[in-house]
Design a protein around this ligand. Structure first.
Ligand code: URA
Length: 220
């Protein structure tokens, strides 16, 4: 159990060799880091085990936490529109997050919950779930949406501005030294489009679609 000075690690909660449904059930009881204490519940990935593309976000947002599904709020709307425009069949995708619990702080005096970026320690603790999702699905392409997903998949030195929109080798997530078999494309997080000012929003969205097109072309 995580807390105090203990190590954060989802590993002990992850059944080995399990399918997606068994993983989802086990993840509901994850206590690998302290985020489970305040969040509504674990938000596991969603989509088919035969997905050709896995889209990895940061962590569930407020709506995802309430509904128990990833990318069902405003960022998910932007993402799915961009996926479709990029020529990727949404039925061939699986969506998940680097961190499976919502990290937030209460808005002063109100009921709203304000997103807080997960720490590297929390991202790293949650990696065993992502590793198992990728093992079961074996996608042709993994898309890292933003910095937290990129750090989970490529390491803490990942910088989205420098590494987006190109096919990168996906290293194994278990720390093994040998090269992985997968391919990764990084792009911005769809929330960045929502946060952008009026002057920048269209260009940010076009950049997201362009990066997703790179991922889509790798499927042919
Ligand atoms: N942002 C994410 O990174 N993931 C979600 O599921 C929703 C918003």
């Amino acid at each position: 159990m995580a807390g105090g000075g203990e190590e954060y690690d989802a590993g002990p909660y992850v059944p080995q060799g399990a399918g997606l449904e068994a993983l989802r059930e086990a993840a509901a009881g994850c206590r690998g880091c302290p985020l489970y204490r305040e969040a509504g519940g674990t938000v596991f990935g969603s989509g088919t085990a035969s997905a050709r593309v896995v889209l990895v976000g940061e962590q569930p947002g407020d709506q995802e936490d309430r509904r128990g599904e990833p990318f069902v709020g405003p960022a998910g709307g932007v993402l799915m529109r961009a996926v479709d425009e990029a020529g990727i069949d949404p039925t061939e995708t699986y969506v998940t997050n680097a961190v499976k619990h919502f990290k937030f702080q209460p808005a002063p005096g109100g009921k709203r919950r304000i997103h807080k970026t997960p720490s590297l320690r929390e991202i790293s603790a949650c990696k065993p779930w992502l590793r198992e999702e990728l093992r079961v699905i074996g996608p042709e392409v993994v898309v890292a949406l933003g910095a937290s997903a990129g750090k989970a998949l490529l390491g803490s030195s990942f910088r989205v501005g420098q590494q987006r929109g190109v096919a990168l080798p996906l290293p194994p997530l278990d720390g093994a030294e040998e090269a992985g078999e997968g391919v990764l494309v990084a792009t911005i997080h769809p929330s960045a489009v929502l946060r952008a000012g009026d002057a920048d929003r269209a260009a940010m969205y076009a950049g997201l679609v362009a990066d997703l097109r790179v991922a889509g072309r790798l499927l042919r």
